[in-house]
Design a protein around this ligand. Structure first.
Ligand SMILES: Cc1ncc(COP(=O)(O)O)c(C=O)c1O
Length: 422
């Protein structure tokens, strides 16, 4: 099946034109959003399949609809592959997003009104970890831990004290913008000491964990949630792995707890992505993701930029735009200037940021997507040079245009989907 086999262009030229524009945007620009990636054509083919037509409430062998004999096999394959990938006891592959996976995990593990200790959103946490407007913050009592001011990393002794004082029902670890390894063994021992359950949201690092490049939370946590579309490089979605004690409760929290029919076309695409992640090439890819983040970090440090915590252990870095040798612009200005130059990043709060979330003092940069299209050390060095120039001359439209042309030229050498024509 090919995407061009459909009659979309004539049936719906407006949407077709927009799909074309987005395809070109992705091909012609440098994608540094740390939570994005580019799935394989095989993953996309599964997503564009007839499985989108099928209702399958329930679980394989126990569905509320007939005709599930094929999708049952698809879901079982996805589950088995996910378990193998993370050496997990149980797996649920039905969650439509990472936030929904978190919602299900909390529903299974904590009674409404229960106490949860999670990472502060302003220090790298996620909305679904207790933001007052998110369901998590509405239904549970959250306290938050942050990073230490001097190191900009989690201080596990301070966290232990906080957990012992707060006595949470559940300790939640995991972040959207934390460039360092998380010590899951220590976090688990803190949870145990405080009498709390231990939930890890490994959305960002799942691909690194699968490849053995970040310590795995799975042996230490009761439950781990994840997204499938970030470093894991699958379709947009969520998944959960759980210990023997928790998988049953997780399954019933996902269905009927937080959703009806699962997106079976996406479950099939997850199965394809998990099989890809089990291949030796995936480990090579993840090694390059980390190497690229380190090369880019080095290139920016050499040019006087300040990185939160001084560097990175994983796929992302946080640049503090203030500081004596920094460009002195806001995260929002940086995002706009880089965008004009064909480089996509997101503005991001940095720990203890005095700026508002829509402005911020930092940007978050990730290497999963550029690594997928084949960028290596040489391209990361060029990128550091371009980013430095753009950040320091963010109002020089001629310079932004010139970088934009160089970016496009480089991108043409690294097509993402060489066979595709949208
Ligand atoms: C740590 C973490 N958890 C959960 C999510 C939510 O994932 P989704 O956008 O699929 O709901 C994200 C997304 O960025 C994340 O970074």
């Amino acid at each position: 099946m090919s995407l061009s086999a459909s009659n979309l262009p004539s049936q719906d030229p407006e949407i077709h034109q927009l799909l074309h524009q987005e395809w070109r945007r992705q091909e012609d620009g440098i994608e540094l959003i740390a939570s994005e990636n580019q799935t394989s054509p095989a993953v996309m083919q599964a997503m564009g399949s007839t499985l989108t037509n099928k209702y399958a409430e329930g679980y394989p062998g126990r569905r509320y609809y007939g005709g599930c004999e094929v999708v049952d096999q698809v879901e079982n394959l996805a589950k088995e592959r996910l378990k193998e990938l993370f050496q997990a006891y149980g797996a649920n592959v039905q969650c439509s997003s990472g936030s929904q996976a978190n919602q299900a995990a909390l529903l299974a593990m904590v009674k409404p009104g229960g106490k949860i200790l999670a990472m502060d959103l302003n220090h790298g946490g996620h909305l679904s970890h207790g933001h007052p407007k998110n369901a998590s913050g509405v239904f549970y009592q959250f306290a938050h831990y942050g990073v230490a001011a001097e190191t900009e990393q989690i201080d596990y002794d301070l966290l232990r004290q906080q957990a012992l004082d707060y006595q949470p029902d559940l300790l939640l670890a995991g972040a959207s913008a934390y460039p360092r390894f998380l010590d899951f063994e220590q976090l688990a021992s803190i949870a145990r000491e405080a009498g709390a359950l231990f939930l890890v949201d490994m959305a960002h690092i799942a691909g690194l964990v699968a490849a053995g490049l970040h310590p795995s939370p799975v042996p230490h946590a009761d439950v781990c949630t994840m997204t499938t579309h970030k470093t894991l490089r699958g379709p947009r979605g969520g998944a959960i792995v759980a210990s023997k004690d928790w998988i049953k409760a997780i399954n019933s929290a996902v269905f009927p707890g937080v959703q009806g029919g699962p997106l079976m076309h996406v479950v099939a695409a997850k199965a394809v992505a998990f099989a890809e992640a089990l291949q030796p090439e995936f480990r090579q890819y993840q090694k390059q993701v980390v190497a690229n983040a380190q090369t880019l970090a080095q290139g920016l440090l050499e040019r006087g930029h300040r990185l939160v915590s001084g560097g990175t252990d994983n796929h992302l870095l946080l640049v503090d735009l203030r500081g004596p040798k920094g460009p002195g612009i806001s995260g929002a200005q940086a995002e706009d200037a880089l965008h004009a130059a064909g480089i996509t990043v997101n503005k991001n709060l940095i720990p203890f940021d005095p700026a508002k979330p829509m402005l911020t003092s930092g940007i978050r940069i990730g290497t999963p997507a550029v690594t997928t299209r084949g960028f290596g050390a040489e391209e990361m060095q060029r990128l550091a040079e371009w980013m430095d120039a753009v950040l320091r001359h963010s109002e020089d439209t001629a310079l932004l245009k010139q970088v934009r042309m160089q970016v496009e030229e480089l991108c043409r050498q690294f097509p993402i989907y060489p066979e595709m024509e949208v």
